[in-house]
Design a protein around this ligand. Structure first.
Ligand code: ZN
Ligand code: ZN
Length: 250
């Protein structure tokens, strides 16, 4: 297998509400050139989702957070505390939209009072990604684009370049041209498909992806974050659909 290939494990591919019995967003990326695997989003159910797949939460080097909703970042307090109790020593980077540092501290204090101030053996550092900017995070070139999804802070569409392989991720968002930009010629676009065609504000429907077919130049598209309505119709989709535990190599 070439050095540049990325193994993508959809540990969690569900929506916020457990539709279809699926775990919340938690996508695990591993590549030979990276010092440690990373996550795209870390929903509240992520520790269970990772362990189901036989993946060690303690080896995650960085978490890329698309936006600050609980089904996308609510697993971070558990991930950090798990590292503390399992005597983790390697650093963890949390890279998310502006406001991530404050919201993470607030979430930790809400769920486990005092937990944000504890001295740990490992460093947790927060990098805030400005929409329209490029940053280097844990060996990954990260382009952040502005999504259309109110969450108390800007929401991001992400484009990660890992040793020449490009993965784009919509997070949750209404259709925006940023999706086309972020996924231009990407090896993989992981796209929300919340409903097939029911109008829901601030989210992507499958018909939005079909309507903008010409804007999507990614070589492969995998659908995630599906509601019960979308799950019932997923066989009709022309794109691949994720399921918890799905592993693909790009
Ligand atoms: Zn969501
Ligand atoms: Zn959301």
């Amino acid at each position: 297998m070439p050095e540049t290939t990325i193994t993508v494990t959809f540990a969690g591919c569900g929506d916020a509400f457990g539709s279809g019995g699926k775990f919340q967003a938690c996508i695990h990326l591993r590549q030979a050139s990276l010092a440690a695997p990373v996550l795209l989003d870390c929903g509240a159910t992520s520790l269970t989702a990772l362990r189901r797949c036989g993946l060690d939460p303690g080896e995650i080097g960085a978490v890329f957070v698309s936006h600050l909703h609980g089904d996308h970042f609510g697993g971070l307090p558990f991930l950090i505390l798990d590292g503390q109790f399992s005597r983790r020593a390697t650093p963890l980077v949390v890279a998310g939209p502006p406001g991530t540092g404050h919201r993470l501290t607030t979430a930790m204090e809400c769920m486990f009072p005092g937990s944000s101030q504890v001295q740990r053996r490992f460093e947790v550092s927060v990098m805030e990604l400005e929409p329209g900017r490029t940053a280097e995070v844990a060996g990954i070139t990260t382009d952040a684009f502005q999504a259309s999804h109110p969450s108390g802070a800007p929401a991001l569409v992400l484009r990660l370049t890992v040793g020449g392989t490009v993965i784009a991720y919509t997070g949750d968002t209404a259709w925006t041209p940023a999706i086309g930009e972020a996924s231009r010629q990407a090896d993989l676009l992981i796209a929300e498909a919340y409903y097939w065609d029911k109008p829901v504000p601030h989210h992507l429907r499958y018909v939005d992806l079909l309507d903008h077919e010409r804007d999507i130049t990614a070589r492969r598209v995998v659908l995630t974050h599906m509601s019960a309505d979308m799950l019932a119709r997923q066989q009709q989709a022309v794109h691949e659909t994720a399921r918890d535990g799905l592993v693909i190599v790009v």
